[in-house]
Design a protein. Structure first.
Length: 171
């Protein structure tokens, strides 16, 4: 690129100092076409995010800008699968346990308190960072969570689960 510039300037009988200045200007700001394409795509992505954030107060969205849990399912959409046939998981976002989850817990592990268990499940998955927090089937994850719990005598600080539910404090 620089050699082509110098050739054109020499053919045009351009003074030496002008050629030197032109070469310095080109050297200072190299143009990376691929980097510019990436930057433009990034700018477009950010514009789309801004536009979607501005429309976050639509009735389909909750107060936090995300779809209200009752309007979505806990499984990812099946339309437009990612390239290569791989499915992408979703992050956990339910505020309350779906009735079938509570029913499964009571049936599979009657010794556990489904409400307390769901609160721990929800806190764990909302706090977990990265790709490990994305799941294809949240109900399957819940079933595994329920099955992997230890005995119902879970302690909360100085309190057993039964005392915790009753609000008792042991000193």
């Amino acid at each position: 690129m620089i050699s082509e510039l110098v050739r054109i300037l020499l053919e045009a009988n351009t003074p030496h100092d002008v050629i030197v200045a032109a070469v310095k200007a080109v050297e200072v700001q190299p143009i990376d076409v691929q980097a510019e394409r990436r930057r433009e795509k990034d700018r477009e992505r950010k514009r789309c995010l801004r536009n979607s954030a501005e429309s976050a107060d639509t009735p389909l969205n909750g107060s936090n800008g995300f779809p209200h849990p009752s309007l979505t399912s806990l499984t990812p959409p099946k339309e437009n699968p990612p390239k290569g046939g791989q499915k992408k998981g979703t992050r956990f976002f339910a505020e309350t346990a779906p009735p079938e989850w509570i029913e499964f817990c009571k049936k599979e592990r009657p010794d556990l308190n489904a409400g307390i268990l769901f609160a721990g499940f929800k806190d764990y998955w909302l706090a977990k960072p990265g790709k490990d927090a994305c799941k294809l089937d949240w109900f399957a994850t819940w079933r595994n969570w329920v099955r992997s719990q230890k005995s119902g005598n879970v302690t909360y600080g100085n309190m057993k689960q039964k005392e915790h539910r009753a609000g008792a404090i042991t000193l």
